[in-house]
Write a protein that binds this ligand. Structure first.
Ligand SMILES: C=CC1=C(C)c2cc3[nH]c(cc4nc(cc5[nH]c(cc1n2)c(C)c5CCC(=O)O)C(CCC(=O)O)=C4C)c(C)c3C=C
Ligand SMILES: [Fe+2]
Ligand SMILES: [Fe+2]
Length: 387
């Protein structure tokens, strides 16, 4: 057996307030997060949106202590995973590759190469696949691999999604029942799954399996919970002017309040760590909305973080991958056929005269938009909901 590594993929988050703007720039510079008709516009628009969104976003990070806990929690997950694998007799090096902040995926891959890793398991820390999350990280890895023949010698296995993995489902059900059992009547609490949203066009036009995987995941968790409680799946964290998956979390909360629900047990479902959208958006913003709407009992199920049943499940997935190595990058290619991961490739990229004219015009629109924002503080980016 050669040197073995596990690459954990995650989003990354700003560790201090000064990091927020450059973090947002990296995020919006990703065509998997915001789609533009031309790649030439990506960076100017990312600059525009990150510059104008930074102060609002910083306010949110201030409310959770001034930075994202994502790096710390991901490192703790990595250590726990390493220890579990060691118990199983596997000596594995763990690497963390974040998409938009330190430690970047590029750094992790450089280290993997330097360490002479021969067998690698690539495990995204997103249970459900989305073009905007795991898809974006896979696209980056694909590029790094194509550019470097040394990486092509590594025997890798990629786990595209694992929302139906029995240990993960069990772990989620455990945390939900623990929270239900704190209620005066555990059977009446309404279980409210709040998933991170994506624009509807990702699902309907680009074929993102995210919504399908999410709905299936919720069904599996409810079966494992095995209680008579009612439940809802809603989508949070909408950004920008386009339509996102519905129902929106805030609307669903108000709807349940109108029906007289007293106890809401909120379950963050698309992400395995605490982060800004659990600690700030759910715990502060949605709690306020619920309480104003008349829901007295607002309860939140914690994120999995290093919950042992979850860590063991990740470990078991890694072992399974090592025992039956399949080059899932070729499966990912399969996935790309089904799921048009890169729909922007459809439009002709490059300096066609048409593109140049439009890039010029759109850049001008962007520049005017920024001027308006700066002068009035209520320009088009506010109106579009990007700030
Ligand atoms: C599975 C989880 C996630 C999906 C799907 C997702 C899609 C998605 N996100 C944005 C825009 C933003 N996301 C931001 C932060 C953020 N997003 C996720 C997860 C998913 N995003 C996490 C875990 C985090 C937080 C990281 C942290 O700091 O703890 C942000 C920045 C925060 C803010 O300013 O609100 C933006 C912006 C889009 C547009 C999108 C799908 C297209
Ligand atoms: Fe996000
Ligand atoms: Fe948010």
């Amino acid at each position: 057996m050669g040197r073995t590594g596990v690459l954990l993929l995650n989003l990354g988050g700003p560790e201090q307030l000064e990091d927020v703007r450059p973090f947002l720039f990296n995020l919006f510079a990703d065509p998997e997060i915001i789609r533009l008709p031309s790649p030439w516009l990506q960076k100017p628009l990312a600059w525009l949106i990150s510059t104008s969104r930074a102060s609002k976003s910083q306010e949110n990070y201030k409310e959770i202590g001034g930075g994202s806990p994502l790096r710390r929690i991901t490192e703790e997950q990595g250590e726990a995973l390493k220890a579990y694998l060691q118990k199983l007799g596997r000596d594995v090096k763990i690497y963390i590759g974040m998409r938009y902040w330190y430690p970047f995926t590029e750094e992790a891959v450089a280290q993997i190469k330097q360490d002479g890793i021969e067998e690698l398991v690539i495990l995204p820390l997103y249970p459900q696949f989305s073009i905007s999350t795991s898809g974006s990280s896979f696209r980056l890895l694909d590029k790094l691999w194509q550019d470097d023949p040394a990486l092509q010698k590594i025997d890798y296995t990629l786990i595209p999604s694992w929302y139906n993995s029995p240990g993960y489902v069990r772990a989620m059900a455990d945390l939900i029942t623990q929270e239900l059992d704190k209620l005066p009547d555990s059977n009446t609490g309404h279980i409210f799954f709040s998933a991170h949203g994506v624009p509807v066009s990702y699902v309907e036009e680009a074929g993102d399996p995210y919504q399908r995987e999410m709905e299936h995941c919720v069904d599996l968790i409810m079966q494992a919970v095995g209680r008579p409680n009612d439940f809802t799946l809603a989508y949070q964290s909408r950004v920008g002017p386009v339509e996102w998956l519905q129902p929106y979390t805030e609307d669903a909360i108000k709807g349940l309040a109108a029906k007289g629900i007293d106890d809401l047990v909120v379950v963050p479902i698309s992400f395995v760590s605490e982060h800004i959208e659990t600690l700030q958006e759910i715990d502060i913003e949605y709690r306020e909305i619920a309480e104003e709407a008349g829901i007295e009992g607002f309860h939140r199920v914690p994120a999995l973080n290093t919950y042992p049943v979850f860590i063991e499940d990740m470990g078991n997935m890694v072992v399974k991958a090592l025992e039956s190595p399949r080059k899932l990058f070729s499966d990912a290619a399969q996935l790309q056929k089904e799921v048009r991961i890169y729909p922007q490739d459809k439009s002709a990229w490059g300096l066609t005269p048409f593109a140049e004219v439009w890039n010029g015009r759109l850049a001008m629109v962007g520049f005017l938009a920024l001027l308006l924002e700066m002068v009035s503080g209520h320009g088009p980016l506010h109106i579009a909901g990007l700030m």
